[in-house]
Design a protein around this ligand. Structure first.
Ligand code: PAF
Length: 281
């Protein structure tokens, strides 16, 4: 496994792989890897010969007062995991090289970024699309794999890729959950023992809504109210949003008449957790 920290070296290495007709998959990460990331690698391995994992805690996607400084980092552990997983390249760029003095060019997807997580984190998705576009330009992947846990992020990146005619196939990999249903996330590390138990209410409320839909309850307002009551019954929870959306356009849906995605964000203590699920009438 090759570890590359310099942009130019990664570009040369990617060019070399492309000249040898090797299909490259990229899994962009912010490190502190968990089983969710490993399943992205498994998905990528089925689709291409060369696997590049990037590790970069991207400062431009964190707002003021957010957890950029304290975001969990453990490079040694990540590298051990990736070596075990037999990935080909780990790209770990340096902040100063990604954003040198004078940097002022950003990539912004306009509409899809305004709602849901974009509302409480203005500028977040602009940072995400900018760094992902930079990684695409540096690594030149044929395929890039993202987790469905960050569903809005996945749709935004798909939009950017289409709008800018990037020759990259964007693949979404299913959410990986703990045994108790909690969606895997590096930020779960912030939860204490009690909060970890309370955090399972996100998944429970999604399952609850999906069961109500199976019983013929299709109104988004009713379903939101039922989910809200369940979540509020747990200590230390504060709902940021629960929305029912078209899975492609992310436009609000009032009635579940076709496949719909439930998107939700809930604070458990000080930690904002997100989850989502597809439901069908
Ligand atoms: O999902 C993440 O971990 C990040 O938003 C990403 C896509 C690696 C960009 O920094």
């Amino acid at each position: 496994m090759k570890i590359i920290r310099k942009i130019e070296e990664q570009q040369k290495c990617s060019l070399n792989m492309k000249c040898r007709d090797k299909k490259i998959s990229l899994i962009p990460t912010m490190g502190f890897l968990h089983k969710g990331h490993l399943s992205l690698i498994d998905t990528a391995k089925e689709l291409s010969e060369k696997i590049v994992v990037s590790i970069f805690v991207n400062p431009t996607q964190f707002g003021e007062g957010e957890d950029y400084e304290k975001y969990p980092r453990d490079e040694k552990r990540d590298l051990d995991i990736l070596a075990d997983k037999k990935v080909d390249i780990v790209f770990i760029p340096i902040v100063k090289e990604m954003y040198p003095e004078g940097f002022q060019t950003f990539c912004q997807v306009n509409q899809l970024t305004k709602k849901y997580c974009g509302k409480s984190r203005p500028g977040h998705f602009k940072g995400v699309t900018t760094v992902v576009l930079k990684l695409f330009n540096i690594i030149q992947p044929d395929i890039a794999v993202f987790g469905k846990k960050d569903y809005q992020q996945y749709i935004i990146i798909k939009r950017m890729t289409e709008d800018l005619n990037l020759p990259i196939n964007i693949i979404a990999s299913p959410i990986v959950r703990e045994k108790n249903g909690l969606a895997m996330s590096s930020r779960n590390k912030y939860l204490n023992h009690e909060q970890r138990k309370e955090a399972t209410v996100l998944y429970e409320s999604l399952i609850y809504a999906s069961n109500l839909i199976k019983q013929g309850k299709y109104g988004a307002g009713f379903l939101r109210k039922e989910m809200t009551n369940l979540i509020k019954s747990k200590n230390n929870t504060r709902i940021d949003y629960i929305d029912f959306v078209n899975p492609e356009t992310l436009k609000d849906v009032q009635k579940i008449e076709e496949p719909t995605r439930i998107l939700m964000a809930v604070r458990v203590g000080n930690t904002k957790l997100i989850d989502n699920m597809e439901v069908k009438p």
